[in-house]
Design a protein around this ligand. Structure first.
Ligand code: AMP
Ligand code: ZN
Length: 459
């Protein structure tokens, strides 16, 4: 495999070579679980899921994607809703996994939660203080940015310029405006843990440094996340980890996805233009959303509009249309290989537009040929490509059946689920099962969870 990846630290595409031959470690900054994920949050999950699938073809990969379950936004959501923090985080962890699952994102090998790693964070902060990279002030612990000469290398910022241009009000406990929090005090009503600096909670950046070290070691091969994380989150993770580990490199390759906007505008709650994955998957097959997210190169901006969905839908129609009616045995599928040109496109820093063009070229060849055996062989290859890209997972007939007029509407589905809930409460399990079957026959799969019953079109 001749994989090339664009490394943010070096600012260019370079050949990928893992630290230990044959093995790769990868860490992706995961969600902060205080709300449903929007389609922008799904972009890193989907594009790096593709990288995971690609790496697993060649390497023994250990992939960690964390959950940030201690954060001021979570505390604010608890106050706003009057619900306990644990209930909020449990609900949105389940929702995140269900939503990403609907987009074909496979679960990571390790899904560390920040609240389960407080001991490791405290230990790392103690090390940083001992080595002279951090200081305690007024119940806070801060990282002394001036102690780390390479600070700014990842985000290409010059610390002196940053200081000169800083307009921020310096908090009284900080020696310098850019020093960042490793630990901060908690009030009795906020989540907190005992520490050498009193009862408190960690800063966001130290969470990832501590979890990455615990599960993947001091030096990881790939660290990934959205572009907005380059500064300050990843710059700070890099500084902390490097200083705590006597200069050992933290991540060998830094990968960042570009931002998703909607109708040329930043997706943000205050603008009211946030599209939640949770809502989208009620009416749009997950594969369509996934393909739409993979349609642009992962480092490029992606503007989301009604057209994005429609063009992904049409693309899947073409792919399913090519394989429809061709029986490919399990053995033939297992033996089929991804064409070298498609693989080469993905190995070139995940060039998905090029890879998709190769996929359509395959569909075109299949449509053109009249030889039955060649058709079967090409359909097998198409399924192999689909497996790698995480699409073409449905039965082609079911795919096209999914479009039939008269499908249950979301309102009708919700009404049937409510009827089933009532039947279950009344212990009428026969009726409840009959409704589940009715939904199943209409192509709707349902899942009972802590937060009620969710549903999606299976295909
Ligand atoms: P958060 O839950 O806000 O920490 O975000 C989870 C992930 O989604 C991070 O990797 C962010 O960089 C990424 N992200 C957030 N908004 C967008 C967006 N509009 N486009 C692409 N990635 C995003
Ligand atoms: Zn992180």
């Amino acid at each position: 495999m001749t994989l090339q990846l664009h490394d943010t630290l070096q600012g260019k595409k370079i050949p990928f070579k893992p630290l230990h031959p044959g093995e790769v470690t990868m860490y992706l900054c995961g969600p902060t679980v205080y709300d449903y994920s929007h389609i922008g949050n799904a972009r890193p999950a989907v594009v790096f899921d593709l990288l995971v699938r690609l790496l697993r073809r060649t390497y023994k990969l250990t992939f960690a994607r964390n959950i940030t379950d201690v954060d001021d936004k979570i505390n604010a959501a608890a106050v706003e809703t009057g619900k306990p923090i644990d209930e909020i985080t449990a609900r949105f962890i389940d929702a995140y996994n269900a939503d990403m699952g609907a987009l074909g994102v496979r679960p990571p090998d390790i899904e560390p939660r920040a609240t389960r790693h407080i001991g490791e964070m405290i230990a790392m902060i103690e090390t940083l203080i001992e080595k002279g990279f951090a200081y305690e002030a007024q119940d806070h612990v801060l990282f002394d940015v001036s102690s780390y000469e390479q600070y700014g290398a990842l985000s290409k910022r010059d610390l002196r310029e940053m200081i000169a241009g800083a307009r921020v009000e310096v908090a009284p406990y900080k020696r310098a405006a850019h020093d960042f929090v490793l630990w901060k005090p908690s009030t009795p009503e906020l989540p907190g843990w005992d520490s050498p600096w009193g009862r408190g909670r960690p800063g966001w950046h130290i969470e990832c440094s501590a979890m990455a070290k615990k599960h993947l070691g001091m030096t990881i091969d790939i660290h990934a996340g959205g572009q907005d994380l380059v500064f300050p989150h990843h710059e700070n993770e890099l500084a902390q980890s490097c200083c705590a580990h006597d200069g050992a490199p933290f991540a060998r390759y830094w990968l960042h996805n570009g931002f998703l906007s909607m109708d040329q505008t930043k997706m943000s709650k205050s603008l009211g233009n946030v599209l939640l994955v949770h809502d989208l998957i009620k009416t749009i097959p997950g594969e369509v959303i996934r393909l739409a997210l993979l349609g642009a190169h992962y480092r490029q901006p992606l503007d989301w509009s009604a057209d994005t969905i429609e063009s992904a839908r049409r693309m899947l129609d073409r792919l399913y249309g090519a394989v429809q009616g061709i029986e490919v045995s399990d053995d033939a599928r297992a033996a089929a290989e991804v064409p070298a040109a498609l693989l080469a496109a993905l190995e070139d820093d995940l060039n998905t537009p090029k890879a998709l063009a190769e996929f359509f070229e395959l569909a075109r060849c299949l449509n053109k040929t009249t030889d039955k055996q060649t058709k079967i062989a090409l359909a097998g290859k198409m399924y192999a490509c689909g497996e790698l890209l995480g699409v073409l997972g449905s039965d082609p007939d079911a795919w096209f059946a999914g479009y039939v007029e008269g499908d249950l509407s979301p309102e009708e589905i919700d009404a049937l689920i409510a009827k089933r809930d009532a039947a279950k409460s009344g212990r009428d399990f026969k009726l409840a099962d009959a409704i589940r079957d009715q939904l199943g026959d209409a192509g709707i799969s349902i899942q009972d969870g802590r937060d009620g019953t969710s549903w999606r079109r299976s295909g």
